[in-house]
Design a protein around this ligand. Structure first.
Ligand code: ADP
Ligand code: ZN
Ligand code: ZN
Length: 835
């Protein structure tokens, strides 16, 4: 047992108290017990950020629980210090982190870290300081040890990271060990200060004792000289303000500088100070302060259902299924308004690519000065400030992608998940791996916040859950005219665009080798000549095309990822979009030596070229990851298009949401077979969703509109239902298919993935684990369990790593993983794709 501190005269401290701590180092799993020193016992509470010894160094940790006993029988260390006096994560979010960790089998520390203010979490480093005694015999050192010591003596103390950089090609750590063993170099662990902090600016004000009318008689330096005049001017300006003025403004208006301020301060004429500024990424937006429109009868009916849940202490989630333009966002705005009136905060989650200026603007207009935006493209400083404003309740509305769910709000009252079908709600690229939609439901449970899932095409699994768990269901199937606002006559409805499915095989056999079918050519010509606008969708970036052999059908794939290589025009290079692998186009087919190895498919550049050939006078605007690189560029491109400075907008999926473009009457999907061939149980669903969204882009005004889907698989049910705008039909068929193949929602899937540079290693590890799992499955009373694999997935290599997967299906498949150590496995539960 560890030694307990006892201070008999302090009844509080007579107790031994332990803190259960999540260590803030990624890849560290589990919680660790630490002793709370007596002087901190009154302050250390759950949610506090502390500094602790961890192995041989120091780390940060979050206290998740304070308790009176520990079951750990090794040596228990003491907390070193409390970093902030007050808890930094409120209890509601501590619970959320625990639930997500349990549900998704991820370390709780990862969620807690994501909840901390950006720039706050710190990684310790080692600092090396030279301390060579005078009598040291340097001849016993080898060359590398000499050079290391030289660097330390010439440049002063160095961090491990600096040395690693300078000696990247040497085994400097070993050399350093020798130096520290000799006592000629000292090393210590340092926790750096947080990178981001509040931003301060210097201010100045007139000293309260100075009589403004006497300024011209004051001594401000040698009479008649420039500095004296300048300083007098500064005093006059300050006299007019009755509060501190930023010095930058003062300098700009008077020509003075910091030395003048110092002079005046020494004379006792001004007081200097600091002021905190808020870095606000949307500080440049101007809010129009619009008022809510009168709801349409359909919205009114929907609103009564939402209001009931909003006012309930234990609200059911709301499934708001509504086609694009049916007025969902208007309902989010209204729900946010009610939430803010009730003194709570509204969290509006959107897919990252949907975080367009148009979306932000609508919320800003309705809630001027109360909206914060939180996403990955902000600077650390902007994120830090937005986090602080949100966490302290100074923001009423927080908009952001999935990561905003983990910003601790004092009283969340509403969580909206717009476009809730979007895969980006599942964090797959970096740990913790989790579905923020389930996170939103868990937070609602903890906080009583009302959750709204909004989409034209909800996921089959989620829609099934909504029915099964008796959520509040709303369906909006009428499209509100986008010029309703401008005409002032109130809302009117417009029909959904008619969708034509074009069979590209027939076009080819009919002799049309253009990437545009006859129908699309006609459509484009008549749209442009009528002075209206069109959008053409593609699904890849750049002038990307797949290369395949016209004779044997062989496609060129990335040797590292197996992903089809695509071509970029302007060079003769093929590129892998997953790992960046490049190679030249081969002269002959590697499989059959045919010379007819060519590209198929097209990118935005190719489409632009073809379009110009078809309609020479056409004005084309391209929008893809290359043209929309900057932070503000989307706004620029969009407003350019909206002002009718172009006839046709060519873009990729980035053109997803929030586009309110009344002049657009034609939408073309150049190749609709996106991903239909992928061996993934959600491939059809993904295609259906994308095609429905795309088709929904046209015809937002009285001008009407139509959509044309070009495809090589015109009979595929995903294509057919999308063309009919028929969610219910698709849902029914897809659901029965899922039941047949026993996939979600009829089962849960755990996907375990091992990656290794060597295929044999990945296979060996996967086989070992699979053997253990089958043993456990045999012993388990749960007969729903099924294991698939171990096997390499469709994309067998990624970024040079070989992948092996094990899938476990069942009612509660995670049970077979209990107390297995899986820290180097990538674990996902019901992931959006298994490829
Ligand atoms: P969604 O989010 O479903 O795509 P929106 O809320 O963006 O739908 O509404 C579509 C268009 O109709 C927008 O231009 C919006 O301003 C307008 N609109 C929505 N509700 C009303 C209403 N009650 N009265 C007038 N215009 C409305
Ligand atoms: Zn071939
Ligand atoms: Zn690759």
């Amino acid at each position: 047992m560890p030694l307990a501190y006892t201070f008999p005269d302090n009844p509080h401290a007579a107790m031994t108290l332990y803190a259960e701590i999540a260590v803030n180092i990624s890849a560290v799993e589990g919680l660790f017990d630490y002793l709370i020193p007596p002087n901190l016992q009154a302050q250390v509470r759950p949610g506090c950020l502390v500094e602790i010894p961890y192995h041989v160094s120091r780390a940060q940790g979050i206290v998740v629980r304070v308790k009176q006993r520990s079951d750990y029988d090794g040596e228990i260390k003491h907390i070193i210090q409390l970093i902030k006096p007050d808890p930094i994560i409120p209890p509601m979010y501590l619970n959320l982190s625990r639930r997500l960790a349990d549900d998704f089998r991820q370390p709780q520390a990862g969620f807690l870290q994501a909840m901390l203010p950006p720039g706050f979490s710190r990684k310790p480093y080692l600092l090396y300081t030279p301390s060579v005694p005078d009598e040291a015999d340097l001849t016993q050192l080898d060359g590398l040890q000499h050079r290391l010591l030289d660097v330390l003596i010439t440049n002063g103390p160095q961090r491990s990271t600096q040395l690693a950089h300078a000696f990247s090609r040497n085994n400097w750590r070993k050399a350093m060990q020798r130096l520290t063993a000799l006592g000629w170099v000292h090393s210590e662990t340092i926790l750096p200060v947080p990178r981001a902090a509040r931003k301060k600016v210097n201010t100045a004000m007139l000293h309260p004792d100075v009589d403004p009318s006497a300024i011209d008689t004051l001594d401000t330096g040698r009479a008649g000289a420039d500095p004296a005049k300048r300083r007098r001017k500064m005093l006059h300006l300050l006299a007019k303000e009755h509060q501190p003025v930023r010095v930058s403004y003062l300098y700009a208006s008077t020509g003075g500088d910091a030395s003048d301020i110092r002079f005046l301060e020494k004379k006792g004429l001004v007081l200097t100070g600091e002021e905190t500024v808020i870095r606000d990424p949307i500080g440049d937006f101007t809010a129009e302060g619009t008022r809510a429109p009168t709801l349409t009868p359909a919205q009114e009916k929907a609103w009564r259902i939402i209001a009931q849940e909003l006012n309930s202490p234990k609200p059911k989630p709301v499934m708001l299924r509504g086609i694009t333009g049916s007025g969902k966002t208007e309902l989010y705005l209204k729900a946010a308004e009610e939430t803010v009136i009730a003194g709570k905060q509204a969290l509006i989650l959107v897919p990252e690519i949907a975080l367009t200026p148009q979306t932000i603007q609508r919320f800003l207009d309705r809630f001027p000065g109360q909206v914060g935006v939180f996403h990955s493209r902000l600077t650390d400083g902007e994120r830090y400030d937005t986090w602080l404003r949100a966490a302290s309740g100074n923001l009423s509305v927080l908009i952001g992608p999935r990561s905003a769910l983990l910003v601790p709000l004092p009283a969340p009252g509403l969580i909206v998940l717009d476009e809730c079908h979007d895969d980006s709600y599942y964090q797959l690229e970096q740990s913790p791996l989790y579905d923020s939609r389930d996170g939103a439901l868990a937070l609602s449970d903890e906080s009583g916040a009302c959750v709204i899932f909004g989409s034209a095409t909800p996921n089959v699994s989620r829609y099934f859950q909504a029915g099964h768990e008796k959520w509040a269901m709303i369906h909006l199937d009428q499209r509100i005219s986008a010029n309703a606002k401008t005409t002032g006559k109130g809302a009117s409805y417009v029909p959904l665009p008619a969708v034509t499915v074009v069979d590209m095989r027939a076009e080819l056999t009919g002799g049309n080798t253009s990437i545009f079918s006859e129908a699309l050519q006609e459509g484009l010509k008549s749209t442009v000549s009528a002075g209206q606008q069109a959008i053409l969708f593609l699904n890849r970036r750049g002038s990307a095309t797949i290369i395949f052999c016209r004779d044997c059908g062989h496609t060129l794939n990335c040797p590292r990822c197996d992903f089809p290589l695509t071509m970029h025009s302007g060079s003769n290079l093929l590129l892998c979009h997953t790992c960046g692998y490049t190679r030249r186009i081969p002269a002959v087919c590697p499989a059959c030596a045919s010379k007819r190895i060519r590209q198929y498919g097209m990118g935005t550049e190719k489409v632009e070229q073809e379009l110009k050939r078809l309609i020479p006078a056409v004005r084309v605007l391209r929008w893809d990851a290359d043209t929309a690189a900057g932070r503000q560029s989307e706004a620029v491109i969009l407003s350019h298009f909206k002002q009718h400075n172009a006839d046709v907008l060519v873009g990729t999926q980035m053109l997803a949401k929030g586009l309110d473009l009344p002049l657009v009457t034609l939408v073309g999907m150049v190749l609709a077979d996106v991903g239909l061939g992928f061996p993934d149980y959600r491939a059809s669903e993904n295609a259906f969703q994308l095609l429905t969204q795309v088709a929904g882009r046209a015809g937002r005004s009285e001008l009407g509109g139509k959509a044309i889907l070009q495809t090589f698989q015109p009979d595929h049910y995903a294509v057919q239902f999308a063309a009919q705008h028929d969610f219910s039909g698709f849902y029914k068929l897809e659901l029965s298919r899922r039941r047949d193949i026993q996939y979600p929602p009829f089962t849960r899937i755990i996907c375990l993935e091992m990656r290794d540079l060597y295929a044999e290693n990945a296979e060996k590890r996967a086989t070992l684990l699979a053997d253990e799992i089958s043993k456990r499955m045999k012993d388990s009373p749960d007969k729903t369990l099924v294991m698939i694999g171990p096997a390499p997935p469709y994309f067998a290599r990624q970024r040079g790593y070989y992948r092996w997967q094990i899938l476990i299906k069942g009612n509660r498949p995670e049970v077979v993983l209990d107390d297995l150590s899986l820290s180097d496995w990538k674990i996902t539960i019901n992931p959006p794709r298994i490829l």
